[in-house]
Design a protein around this ligand. Structure first.
Ligand SMILES: O=C(O)C1=C[C@@H](OP(=O)(O)O)[C@@H](O)[C@H](O)C1
Ligand SMILES: C=C(OP(=O)(O)O)C(=O)O
Length: 446
């Protein structure tokens, strides 16, 4: 099955310097919560109404895959409310060819669920997805008896999943390449814990930890409590089954919030985002701590965040392992700081939509910044004045969203004219990004 992308933007967008940003942005739903909720609702007993689901490429591939697997869902017309009829832990269709685009949050959890159920499934994605590792997840599962084979390069999708025979309830997984492997195993664990408890042990270091909290929180809302020993070991009791919470609301996306919050910090604001706040279960709300360290002022309600600043931003030197996605936005905010900023412990950037360490370094240099690209860090020294540039986006939504901010005038230095090539790539998580950016910047872009 192929999925048609709606083309909304031209080949490139030119952004001209913007003196001020202000206003309020209602955030689209969280990608991480949307895709987890869709899968949990599909696996549960009962019917779930999901409110404010994200509308984007990543959620579309999950919705289409579930449909192919025989899961029935309906969209309430012209809204982001979806009703998912749970399959009670066994998808009705046992043979399918599933296209997962470039959605890590779709391919990884679905692979684990399908391997646990058994069947005859082909799982694949865009070319870049076939370069993104999945070996740690496949190794963890096959070691306990599932049957997943590589049909391309060993360690990467595409995959062929067949029916295996589970012979152990103790699953060991490495967590230093992506936390999504542990998330995938956790979500599939109830399918493997029919008669006996399942324990998942993390071998070595675990990165991107806050995403595991999202997984555990949502599993809990679907009635499955995971017993844990820190970040080392996670146990799902025998007989655990997902039960629909009937209705669930998807918070706004905290990673998406980072572009608007940074805009407020760079250009002064005040700028408010609505949909995430103090009550959020997403680790990326901690992005505001980094902005605060850089000198911005933050106020937060249960469901909103507002940022403003008066004066130049300060450089930052910090570990960003806990917020790898929002950290990209810090690299751009660093262009507006006084002094050199260092983003540490971000090696996972290399295996995401593109090699983000390399892409960031290349494009930041085009703006005149001096960049040191380490194996797991990025050091950004801003130029005296930003240079106009044509930014390549590498089919990476975050590259496109981040670099739009280089048009903003900051207190330490002015913005510049940026041409963003292939702006359409924002469809992965936020198809309307440039339309909303134009509103807060009071610019006519299209
Ligand atoms: O579990 C999730 O929802 C995610 C985990 C993170 O990936 P890694 O664990 O691979 O860093 C993050 O970058 C991704 O956008 C979403
Ligand atoms: C890394 C990302 O996505 P994925 O869910 O595909 O891993 C991202 O959205 O920045």
């Amino acid at each position: 099955m192929t999925i048609q992308r709606k083309q909304t933007y031209p080949e490139y967008i030119d952004l001209h310097p913007v003196a001020q940003v202000h206003g309020s942005v209602r955030l689209p739903g969280s990608k991480s919560i949307s895709n987890r909720t869709l899968l949990l609702a599909a696996l549960a007993n009962g019917t779930t109404q999901i409110h404010d689901l994200l509308a984007s490429d990543d959620t579309l591939v999950m919705l289409m895959a579930l449909k192919q697997l025989g899961v029935i869902w309906e969209q309430t017309e012209a809204t982001q409310t979806y009703t998912v009829h749970g399959s009670g832990g066994a998808f009705p269709v046992h043979q399918a060819d599933l296209f997962m685009g470039n959605a890590g949050t779709a391919i990884r959890p679905l692979t684990a669920a399908l391997a646990a159920m058994g069947g005859d499934y082909a799982v694949h994605g865009v070319a870049r997805m076939h370069e993104r590792p999945i070996g740690d997840l496949v190794d963890a599962l096959n070691a306990v008896g599932t049957k997943i084979a590589y049909t391309g390069v060993t360690g990467f999708p595409p995959l062929h999943i067949q029916r295996g025979q589970l012979h152990s309830q103790r699953i060991q997984v490495r967590g230093n390449v992506s936390s999504q492997f542990l998330t995938a195993l956790l979500m599939a664990a109830p399918l493997m814990a029919k008669n006996e408890a399942v324990t998942i042990e993390v071998i070595g270091e675990l990165i991107s930890k806050p995403y595991i909290e999202i997984t555990l929180n949502l599993m809990q809302r679907f009635g499955v409590t995971v017993m844990r020993e820190g970040w080392q070991s996670f146990t799902v009791a025998a007989g655990a089954q997902y039960q629909s919470p009937k209705s669930i609301h998807v918070e706004g996306d905290a990673s998406t919030a980072s572009y608007f919050l940074a805009a407020g910090a760079i250009a002064g604001g005040p700028l408010r985002v609505e949909g995430v706040g103090k009550d959020s279960i997403q680790g990326d709300v901690r992005f505001v701590e980094a902005l605060e360290q850089m000198g911005a002022s933050i106020t937060m309600g249960d469901n909103w965040i507002e940022v403003s600043s008066n004066g130049a931003l300060k450089a930052i030197d910090a570990d960003f392992n806990h917020i790898p996605d929002a950290a990209m936005t810090i690299a751009i905010a660093a262009l507006y700081a006084e002094g050199t900023s260092t983003l540490r412990n971000i090696a996972s950037w290399r295996v995401k939509e593109t090699d983000r360490l390399n892409a960031m370094a290349t494009e930041l240099r085009k703006l005149g910044a001096t960049i040191e690209e380490g194996s797991d860090y990025l050091r950004v020294t801003p130029p005296a004045q930003l240079q106009a540039a044509t930014i390549d986006t590498y089919d990476d939504h975050r590259m496109a969203m981040c670099f739009s901010l280089a048009a903003l005038d900051g207190a330490a230095r002015r913005g510049t004219t940026v041409r963003i090539n292939d702006p359409q790539c924002v469809a992965k998580t936020f198809p309307d990004y440039f339309t909303v950016f134009a509103q807060i910047a009071e610019q006519k872009l299209l």
